[in-house]
Design a binder for this molecule. Structure first.
Ligand SMILES: Nc1ncnc2c1ncn2[C@@H]1O[C@H](COP(=O)(O)OP(=O)(O)OP(=O)(O)O)[C@@H](O)[C@H]1O
Ligand SMILES: [Mg+2]
Length: 337
């Protein structure tokens, strides 16, 4: 698909033009809101999407451009350690000199700001409502990476509308043109917006635990995504492992079931030990990889981060076809949900 290598400029950013549809003319923030408004039609959002796709076939495709590598951090069961891993990875990627934005996509129950020690005043909620620009919402965290904070305790955000998702995809597209890495910390499970985020990302880091209940739920995620995107790329992390090596055993079990039933590509990224110091870490403190780099979990997460960078081709901006960026992938897959 859109894996044309890393780091080489090819055409730069594309100006909006004939090749981009009506809602591509939307910029950021208030302009974005205007774009979202213009997406309403008698056909409704899904009908318009289908119509838009048919029209896309008649347009000249936009030129290739540079985009960040996007990585969704997902799980089947809740509480497997996604946010712990996502915030740690964001810090480590920043330290590895990758321009990184962590997007808290746990719609309605966001918490990454607490783990990174910042207090947002604006969140994804105001951004998607067109009340501010993405630059206004982005927060520089004390450890370096920038955070696009999510809304917490906002019921409406827990179930984003079609219009919200269109705006979300557009803002991710804007960010992708500026960054090296976009990390999407998702909510657990297979809610439509969560599955869509997995479908739209380049890679999915699926965080599970060694227990059978967590593995069953991880398999449910692989199946749900694999049915729609056969070439989805999953990187499996087994967290809270009490005996070294149990992570790889759990991964083998997952592979056996998945290979029989879905064709998705699974790669073992590694295991993280169960470590009381993670639990004891207070909210508002900086991540453990910063405050206690020698802790067993910190060492494990550092190893995962290095492998992740290697597997994902260095995590540098890479060239994507003009109609195959993250925003376009969200747009395409929305039709299947
Ligand atoms: N390796 C670990 N050892 C011990 N505790 C851990 C470990 N990883 C995560 N935890 C703890 O597990 C709990 C859940 O972690 P976290 O919030 O990161 O999970 P999550 O997958 O993001 O949850 P949710 O599905 O609610 O978003 C937290 O209290 C965290 O401190
Ligand atoms: Mg979480």
């Amino acid at each position: 698909m859109d894996r044309a290598g890393n780091g080489k400029a090819a055409g730069g950013q594309v100006a909006n033009g004939i090749g981009q549809g009506a809602d591509n003319s939307a910029g950021r923030g208030p302009a974005g809101r205007a774009g979202a408004r213009s997406s309403g039609s008698a056909l409704g959002p899904r009908g318009r999407g289908l119509f838009g796709r048919l029209m896309d076939g008649l347009r000249t495709p936009p030129a290739p451009r540079q985009e960040a590598t996007s990585i969704a951090i997902a799980s089947g069961k809740g509480g497997t350690g996604k946010s712990f891993l996502a915030t740690s990875l964001a810090v480590l990627m920043h330290r590895a000199e990758r321009k990184t934005v962590l997007v808290d996509c746990d719609f309605g129950l966001a918490c990454d700001h607490l783990l990174l020690g910042v207090k947002p005043t604006l969140t994804l909620q105001q951004l998607l409502a067109g009340q501010c620009t993405v630059e206004q919402v982005l927060l520089k965290t004390p450890c370096g990476p920038r955070l696009l904070p999510g809304a917490s305790g906002v019921r409406r955000m827990a179930n984003p509308s079609d219009k919200d998702l269109t705006a979300f995809a557009r803002e991710l597209g804007v960010l992708a043109e500026q960054e090296d890495a976009l990390l999407l910390d998702l909510g657990a499970g297979i809610a439509p917006a969560t599955v869509l985020s997995m479908l739209g990302a380049d890679w999915i880091v699926l965080v599970t635990q060694p227990e059978i209940a967590a593995l069953v739920d991880a398999y449910a995620v692989i199946k749900s995504v694999g049915q729609i995107k056969r070439d989805a790329r999953f990187l499996i992390v087994v967290n809270r492992v009490s005996t070294p090596g149990r992570g790889e055993m759990a991964f083998q079990r997952l592979c056996e079931v998945a290979s029989q039933n879905v064709g998705a590509e699974l790669t073992y990224l590694g295991e993280i030990p169960d470590d009381d110091s993670v639990m004891q870490h207070r909210l508002g403190q900086l991540p453990l990889v910063v405050t206690d780099p020698e802790a067993p979990t910190s060492e494990a997460v550092r190893g995962l981060s290095e492998r992740l960078i290697q597997i994902c081709g260095g995590i540098r901006p890479r060239t994507v076809d003009g109609d195959a960026g993250i925003r376009d992938r969200f747009k395409q897959h929305r039709l299947f949900l």
